[in-house]
Design a protein around this ligand. Structure first.
Ligand code: TYD
Length: 209
């Protein structure tokens, strides 16, 4: 496949346990096989603001909802503008970027606890925050999500309660509706992995046409 000049920017979103990690890597392998150059990345990042966010998410550090929203946004700006390895630099050099979570998460998780217009404006109107070409929302019921989370070993993060998942899922639906439908795809993630991946391939193929 011929590499376009500018890379494509694909974001995966979903409530916890939806299988983002698995599907990101399956899509990466597919795109590589098509001859594209691909980098997978995630938010919160492993840079200083991202590390601070991890400490806040684990409960180790206390942050107010507005502080959290601002920190996620700051982490996102740094993620975009970092020389060479930042999202903007990668896309400009023709590399496709697949990102695990992005501003849709900030709107869904932090929006309701703060002020949605403020969070939206800070993210969507920021000249240093790139808008994705495609957002794939892996959709899962809170019940299925909890079952998957419980199967995984390790500490639960502060957001992983059933009520919270229910609210966040509803919030994602409402947030995603406010974007250009051509850039948003909601995928039923409760199906077998191969079936979900096949649908993701088909969706991705459309943006590379
Ligand atoms: P992450 O480590 O990506 O785990 P998961 O595999 O569940 O996606 O998730 C980090 C947590 O950060 C997750 O519970 C959602 C939350 N989050 C926000 O609240 N706002 C944001 O803007 C982002 C990017 C993540």
């Amino acid at each position: 496949m011929k590499q376009n000049k500018t890379g494509k920017f694909i974001v995966f979103e979903g409530i916890d346990g939806a299988g983002k990690t698995t599907h990101i890597h399956l899509l990466e392998a597919y795109l590589l096989q098509k001859g594209r150059r691909v980098v997978c990345t995630a938010e919160p990042t492993d840079q200083p603001f991202g590390k601070q966010l991890r400490r806040a998410l684990s409960g180790e550090e206390q942050k107010t909802p507005c502080e959290l929203a601002a920190l996620f946004t700051l982490d996102r700006i740094a993620h975009n503008v970092q020389p060479k390895t930042g999202i903007a630099a990668l896309l400009a050099s023709g590399v496709d970027v697949i990102c695990d979570r992005y501003f849709y998460s900030t709107l869904a998780y932090q929006g309701p606890d703060t002020d949605m217009d403020w969070v939206r404006g800070m993210n969507l109107n920021c000249p240093e925050i790139r808008h994705p070409d495609l957002c794939i929302f892996l959709d899962l019921s809170p019940e299925e999500s909890m079952a998957r989370i419980e199967e995984r070993a390790g500490a639960h993060e502060i957001y992983e309660t059933r009520e919270r998942l229910e609210r966040v899922r509803a919030q994602f639906y409402s947030v995603l509706q406010s974007f250009d439908p051509a850039t948003i795809r909601i995928v039923n993630a409760a199906r077998p992995m191969e079936e979900v991946h096949t649908e993701i391939r088909e969706i991705a193929d459309l943006i590379f046409q």
